[in-house]
Design a protein around this ligand. Sequence first.
Ligand SMILES: CC(C)(COP(=O)(O)OP(=O)(O)OC[C@H]1O[C@@H](n2cnc3c(N)ncnc32)[C@H](O)[C@@H]1OP(=O)(O)O)[C@@H](O)C(=O)NCCC(=O)NCCS
Length: 222
Amino acid sequence: MLPCARRAFEKLARRIVSNGHRVAVYACSATTSYGGQAARIRGVPMGDLILDVQPFASESDYDRMIDYFRLADESQLRAMGVDRHRIPAREEWLARLLPDLERPAPQKQTYYLIWRRDGMPVGHSSANQIVYQEQAFVHLHLWCASQRRGGMGQRFFELSLRMFISQLRLRRVISEPYAENRAPNRVLEHAGFRLARRYRTTPGLINFEQEVNRWELDVTAD
Ligand SMILES: CC(C)(COP(=O)(O)OP(=O)(O)OC[C@H]1O[C@@H](n2cnc3c(N)ncnc32)[C@H](O)[C@@H]1OP(=O)(O)O)[C@@H](O)C(=O)NCCC(=O)NCCS
């Protein structure tokens, strides 16, 4: 088990969810079976690895995402522009997000995709501020630091982008990472986004005020 996964498991070792199973956090060793979803990109090879991207299918997917934020240490949160005090309580966050599991694409307020490496959940990408058939803001997270910088984030993000564009019929995709956070800025640039501007804002619910780079991808452009 990877060190960050072990730490997460240790922190949650005594927490039992209502169905009686140990919570499967964002551990790279957790396995989940997913029901048939219309939208999915399966089995894309990257060297010896098989990468899957598909929509969140159950509450446990949201649980892993919430654990990733709630269990992150201060320096990790700071590096991505997140203020721990603004992270909602689990139940509150779930109550906000879970209705989108059932909503059809035109009515979704958020759209979460799980990233799986060789069948193991290892990260997620999300879209919010969605205007169906127009635009959405997107985000990207590979949960374990030890799995970063190997090219997976780029590949997963580009697969997610395809899915967001096709499922939400987007004409424009926007992302506003913390300007000091080099990894997502590089990924967006490599994915063909254009740097529109840099400005100061509070980009999301869980963020502190910060300088962000606004990256835009015009899907209809040649
Ligand atoms: C953003 C993230 C998904 C990228 O995934 P990754 O697997 O680390 O990225 P890749 O290995 O595919 O690298 C893609 C590019 O980013 C660069 N990069 C990755 N991490 C970097 C870092 N810490 N500093 C500088 N460049 C970095 C890579 O060098 C590569 O660019 P290059 O081909 O020009 O060398 C991942 O780093 C992550 O989850 N970070 C924490 C969460 C986060 O900050 N999300 C963004 C919130 S707005």
